[in-house]
Structure formats: structure tokens, C-alpha cells
Ligand binder design. Structure first.
Ligand code: ADP
Ligand code: MG
Length: 469
């Protein structure tokens, strides 16, 4: 970097509105409490905003928000918008479905509008990194309503689709790149590095950073980030913030403001959590019952069913089709075009039931998704929280039903804790299973951790809570 000549750029656009300046510290504390218990750490964090008009955004952007009928900023948005608009690096932690995307998109657009126009050989100015193809596509879609009005262009780059089409997109020029880290590195290296470059990047987003970390993308992320000018603005969003991620954050962020929303309730209260003990051979019948109940109430709803392996997905798909339920499946073995069209059909309601493995459905945001069924129990805490968080989005209600087989005592311990942490009563039979497991641990018949669910996941959440308290 010392050998590069970077042009100065502006990243601080925020002027505190007068009505916020008047607020006392105590009033601000109350405001944060009412906004789902926002906690902030770090020096000089701006006060949270209550209205879109306080964010310092241009009318053109405000108009698009209005057209989307987003009445006011969500809690994470209320605090992170003024912080990012001030040019600060931030760590934003909030549960799934809380509106994190908009929280980093709006300041990004403001940032972009202030930068010098792109020259023909310039690479992007904003770089959004996400863990999965699905999430990249979704974020790219969320940009679209703003692009035309603001005169901006975006490209989307992820593995599993032909790289040459994506290279062509890059060559046409774009201010924004939404990508998965691996594919971005491929594109940077393509044609001896002539496709694009990072010289103009001044705004970086790491979305679902916990997931990127879990999937082992840290080296790729570091490689990209280290090649971007050090005075850039970097924002990191995540549903959880495990201690192990702090080191990464420290390496990447400068004097960040840390914003944590509602760290105590892991699963949103809008989601009704049901956990049932079901023998393996009874699961299917019970699933049919649940689907029957769901569609008796309302026809235009979606259901998402999680299984643990591709094979199980295909088998369940076959069984449900035989019973006349229109459904599709999505998992890692399907090619990208397939997965894209499956998600599109699911969103549109062409096919209302989707069977998925965890990775494939990460970050999926589908309105009308009323029911999540963990047909196979997730094997760690964070996976449970994320799967269940596919429903109950943006204040809507939803139900999540989890099947445990009688031998899955190990998982019962942590599911019970997950329920307690989100203030949901634990069914007696789940408590009993959990106790049996803990007895076995005491007597040395079982090990407490090992699957990841027993130890690490919870440990992390505990630490995260400690950090906030
Ligand atoms: P997260 O990244 O936190 O999991 P998303 O950014 O995917 O959540 O947002 C979840 C849903 O909330 C999306 O459907 C989005 O359109 C909607 N949404 C975002 N901001 C608002 C808002 N201020 N008011 C109402 N809905 C919103
Ligand atoms: Mg998100």
C-alpha cells in the first residue's frame, strides 16, 4: 500500500439532527432499551435514529424506502445507520430477519454517490462478501430497486455458475460487487488480473461473518481485505459474534463501534418453537399432519423442511410427491442454475414446500414462510437458531417444529437451553432426555462435547452474552 497512490475519498456523511442532539444520555439509554435492548461498545457511537429522515440519506434513497413500505428503521438499522453514515467501522450483531441488509446497503449507496465516477479500467468501489451463493444473489436482488434511480451498477459473483459470464459483467463496469470470497479471488486472478482490481474499493461489507468463519473462508476474506487500501470503511454483520471471531474483526476493522441487538433472546419471540420426540418411523406421518394443518388454515403459505443429508432430501422429496404434495429439494449437490430456479419457484409460490440441507438454505428470506420443520434435528446450536430463523421474518409470525428421535438425548440438552434462552417452556420429555444425557456424562458413559452442539455452540453464546452484559 505504501507504494500505491490512493486518491482521498470521503466516508463521513452524517450530521446529527437537532432533535437527537437535544436528547439526554438517559433518554438515549431508554431509547436503546426500547429498540430491543441495543448495546454499544466503542468510542463516540452516534445516538440511534428513530426515523428514516434522521439518517442523512438523500431524498432519492428515501423515496425507494418509502415505496417498499418500510415504515421505520428496525433496531439494528436505527443504531448502525448513523454509525456507518459517520464513516465508522462497525460490528453489527442482530438475529436473523432483523434487517441487516438494508443497514449496510443504504450507507453504501450514499458513499458511492459521493465518489468520483468510475473510469473504464476501474474496479468496484463497494465490495460485499457473503458466505453462500444464495445469499449473494439475494443481496444483489435487494440492491436492484436502488440502482437505476441512483445511476449505479452491481455485479454478482459466486461459484458454481460459469465464470465467463461473470467476467463479462465485470468488464462492463460496476460500482458494487456482491460476491462469495472464493469466486472473487478467482475473478481477481483471471486473465492475469486484467478483469478487475481492488484499487478503488473504499467500502467493504462482511455479511453473515459468523457463517463465513464457520465455513472456513477466513483466509480468502483476509486475502481480499489485505489488498484493499487501509483507510477504507469496513462493516461486519453477523447473527452471532463468537469470541473466536474477535481476532478476525480486530485484524480487519479500525476502531469499530460494536452494536449488539437483543443478544439475550436467541430465537425471535415471533417464532413459536415446538420440539417433539418422534420415533424415526413416525416422523413422516407427523410431517404430513403438520402440513395438513398448515394448508387447512391458509393456502398461500410456504413450508421449509430441513434434513441432514442430500440423500434424505431426495427420499423425503419422493415420499411427499407420492402423497401429492408439490415440493422441491435443494442441497449442495445440485448445480447453481438448479438451485436458483428452485429458490425462485419457492419464493413465487409455484412450489410451496422446500426440502433443504442447512447450507443450501442459509440466509434464505421468503415472505409467507410460516412453517419450518427440523425433520432431522440440527446438530449444533447456531444451526438451530439459523434454521428456525428462516420463519418469523420482519415481524411476521411463524412456527418451527423440531423432531428429536428418542436416542438423540445429546441434542436435547442444548435444545432445552435454546428454548429457555428464548423464554419458551421446555416440554417435560425433552427435559427428561436432557437429564438422562447429563447423567450419562457424569457417569462417564457419554462425553459432554464432541458433536459441537454440546459444548462449543453454547459456550460461544454464553460468552457472547457475557460480553454484552
Ligand atoms: P437479516 O440480514 O438481519 O437476517 P434481512 O436483511 O434479510 O435480515 O431482512 C429481513 C426482512 O426484513 C426482509 O424481507 C426485508 O425486506 C425486511 N426489512 C428490512 N428492513 C425493514 C424495515 N425497516 N421495515 C420492515 N421490513 C424490513
Ligand atoms: Mg442477512
Amino acid at each position: 500500500h505504501s507504494q500505491m497512490k490512493y486518491e482521498p475519498f470521503r466516508k463521513d456523511f452524517y450530521v446529527e439532527p437537532a432533535d437527537l442532539t437535544q436528547l439526554t444520555e438517559e433518554e438515549v439509554d431508554n431509547m436503546r432499551m426500547e429498540l430491543d435492548g441495543i448495546k454499544v461498545r466503542g468510542l463516540n457511537c452516534p445516538k440511534p435514529v428513530a426515523k428514516w429522515s434522521q439518517c442523512g440519506l438523500p431524498v432519492s434513497i428515501l423515496n425507494v424506502i418509502k415505496s417498499m413500505n418500510y415504515e421505520k428503521p428496525t433496531s439494528i438499522q436505527a443504531q448502525s445507520l448513523p454509525a456507518i453514515m459517520s464513516g465508522r467501522d462497525i460490528i453489527g450483531v442482530a438475529k436473523t430477519g432483523s434487517g441487516k441488509t438494508i443497514a449496510f446497503l443504504l450507507p453504501m449507496f450514499r458513499h458511492l454517490k459521493d465518489q468520483k465516477p468510475l473510469q473504464p479500467t476501474d474496479g468496484p468501489i463497494a465490495l460485499i462478501m457473503t458466505p453462500t451463493r444464495e445469499l449473494a444473489t439475494q443481496t444483489f436482488q435487494e440492491c436492484k430497486p436502488f440502482l437505476k434511480i441512483l445511476g449505479l451498477r452491481a455485479v454478482c459473483a459466486y461459484g458454481g455458475a460459469p465464470i465467463k459470464d461473470q467476467i463479462a459483467d465485470f468488464k462492463r463496469g460496476a460500482e458494487i460487487v456482491v460476491c462469495t470470497p472464493g469466486r472473487m479471488i478467482d475473478i481477481l486472478a483471471a486473465n492475469s488480473g486484467r478483469v478487475t482490481n481492488l484499487r478503488r474499493v473504499t467500502y467493504i461489507v462482511l455479511d453473515e461473518a459468523d457463517r463465513m468463519f464457520d465455513l472456513g473462508f477466513e483466509p480468502q476474506v483476509m486475502r481480499i481485505v489485505n489488498n484493499v487500501r487501509p483507510d477504507r470503511q469496513t462493516v461486519l454483520f453477523s447473527a452471532t459474534f463468537p469470541k473466536a471471531m474477535e481476532a478476525l474483526a480486530r485484524k480487519i476493522l479500525r476502531k469499530p463501534v460494536e452494536i449488539v441487538v437483543g443478544a439475550r433472546s436467541v430465537v425471535a419471540p415471533e417464532i413459536k418453537q415446538i420440539v417433539e420426540v418422534q420415533a424415526e418411523e413416525n416422523k413422516f406421518t407427523r410431517l404430513l399432519e403438520l402440513l395438513g394443518l398448515l394448508y387447512a388454515e391458509d393456502e398461500d403459505v410456504r413450508a421449509l423442511i430441513f434434513v441432514d443429508r442430500q440423500e434424505s432430501a431426495d427420499n423425503l422429496l419422493r415420499d411427499l410427491m407420492r402423497r401429492g404434495y408439490p415440493c422441491m429439494s435443494i442441497h449442495g449437490a445440485k448445480d447453481q442454475a438448479d438451485r436458483d430456479s428452485v429458490i425462485e419457484d419457492f419464493k413465487a409460490g409455484v412450489v410451496p414446500i422446500l426440502i433443504a440441507t442447512s447450507v443450501a438454505a442459509r440466509g434464505l428470506d421468503v415472505k409467507q414462510l410460516k412453517l419450518v420443520v427440523n425433520f432431522d434435528c440440527p446438530n449444533h446450536m447456531e444451526d438451530y437458531v439459523h434454521r428456525v430463523g428462516r420463519t418469523g421474518r420482519a415481524g411476521n409470525t411463524g412456527t418451527a417444529v423440531t423432531f428429536l428421535t428418542p436416542d438423540q438425548e445429546r441434542y436435547a440438552v442444548d435444545i432445552a437451553k435454546a428454548l429457555k434462552m428464548s423464554l419458551t417452556a421446555v416440554p417435560p420429555e425433552i427435559n427428561a432426555m436432557a437429564e438422562r444425557f447429563l447423567e450419562k456424562v457424569k457417569s462417564g458413559q457419554e462425553k459432554a462435547s464432541g458433536s459441537g452442539f454440546g459444548g462449543k455452540g453454547l459456550d460461544r453464546l454464553d460468552k457472547e452474552r457475557e460480553a454484552v452484559l
